[in-house]
Write a protein that binds this ligand. Structure first.
Ligand code: TXA
Ligand code: MG
Length: 341
């Protein structure tokens, strides 16, 4: 397989056929989902899965989500499906909910990082669905960014970072939601939140009752989206205290990520307003693109306004906190490592 990173329009049926063929023959295809762009491969082909890890420079302890298009595919991947699992699937699939369930032997260990569970998601984006259907195999796909960096929400974001490491990029326009799926483990005694995401926790609890939440972060967590520093810009980022107090240092060239307008422009070299009306859906949709844009301007520092941690706000603040977290020596990646440790 020759890596070209070629972008093709996803609306074209021929592109979907070509992309499916690339997947079936062990190649890598970046494709849009409703949350972020994924870097997909045949989930049942360990060599293809290894290429995904290589392209992302992803540590092998970080398992991948397997994307399916119909529930019948679960039989081959999952060992047991309980009553509550069915209720969550009925309520939220297809959509931005990933369920961690006991795996069948057939799922390669590389996909699950040796865990006895597998993360499964049924996306609602028509391009993702068409690709999985046409490929005829489950598609393992992490977000299509180098490990630890801001997730991609356009085909161009993917090309900028991974161009020569993947075979094809399906361009389906900007992702309509903009932050990743919510991950719930259903493999333990009680449902447990592994990663807050675009499906609000309250909606999930309305279906299955209380969901356990583990605090803090680890170096080798069950969901490395939980690593303290992740989704990170190269430019250091600080979350402002509520009330917009400014912390600019003398002569500092800083960018502000504002949740809403009006904004106090004083002192900032650049201001990105995510949603003039403060609508959290709009904030989520533009969050990663705005972080990338600010990160590309060579500024000294980025500041972000906080939002309320309700509904989508929980996932938005989770991503901002991990982006703002101090760089760690252990588990540092080439991208977020800036020395000094
Ligand atoms: O919205 C999304 O979920 C996007 C799109 C492309 O579907 N995907 C995504 O994948 O965010 P990724 O690889 O960036 O994040 C998946 C997270 C990782 O933090 C991984 O550790 C966790 O899912 N995960 C995967 N399998 C798991 C398992 N068996 N147990 C616990 N966590 C798991
Ligand atoms: Mg990711």
């Amino acid at each position: 397989m020759v890596s070209t990173g070629r972008i093709v329009p996803a609306a074209d049926e021929e592109s979907i056929r070509l992309a499916a063929e690339v997947i079936r023959s062990g190649g890598l295809v970046a494709f849009p989902t409703e949350t972020v762009y994924g870097l997909g491969c045949d989930a049942l082909n360990p060599e293809a899965v290894a290429r995904v890890f290589e392209a992302k420079q992803r540590p092998s302890f970080d398992p991948l989500i397997v994307h399916i298009e119909r529930r019948a595919s679960l039989d081959h991947l999952v060992a047991a499906i309980g009553f509550d699992d069915h209720r969550l699937m009925d309520a939220f699939w297809p959509g931005p909910l990933t369920l961690v369930l006991p795996k069948r032997e057939r799922v390669p260990d590389l996909v699950t990082a040796g865990l006895s569970t597998v993360a499964i998601r049924m996306p609602v984006h028509p391009v993702a669905r068409a690709l999985i259907r046409e490929a005829g195999v489950p598609i393992a796909a992490p977000s299509a960014n180098p490990f630890g960096y801001v997730s991609p929400t356009t085909a161009e974001h993917v090309r900028e970072m991974l161009d020569d490491r993947i075979d094809l990029i399906l361009d389906g326009g900007p992702c309509p939601i903009g932050v990743e799926s919510t991950i719930i483990s259903m493999a333990g005694a009680q449902p447990e939140l592994l990663r807050p995401g675009s499906l609000p926790l309250a909606d999930i609890e309305a279906v299955v009752g209380p969901v356990a939440r583990r605090g803090g972060s680890d170096q080798r967590p069950p969901a490395p989206g939980r690593l303290a520093r992740h989704y990170a810009t190269r430019t250091p980022l600080t979350i402002l205290p509520a009330g917009r107090a400014r912390l600019l240092g003398p002569g500092e060239r800083a960018g502000l990520l504002a949740m809403s307008s009006p904004v106090d422009l004083g002192g900032y070299a650049v201001v990105e307003v995510l949603s003039p009306s403060g609508n959290l859906r709009e904030v989520a949709r533009g969050l990663f693109a705005a972080l990338r844009k600010l990160d590309g301007l060579g500024l000294d520092h980025l500041y972000a306004e906080p939002c309320d941690e309700q509904g989508l706000g929980l996932a938005i603040m989770d991503r901002l906190r991990r982006c703002a977290a101090p760089i760690q020596c252990e588990g540092e990646t080439p991208l977020n490592g800036k020395g000094g440790c």
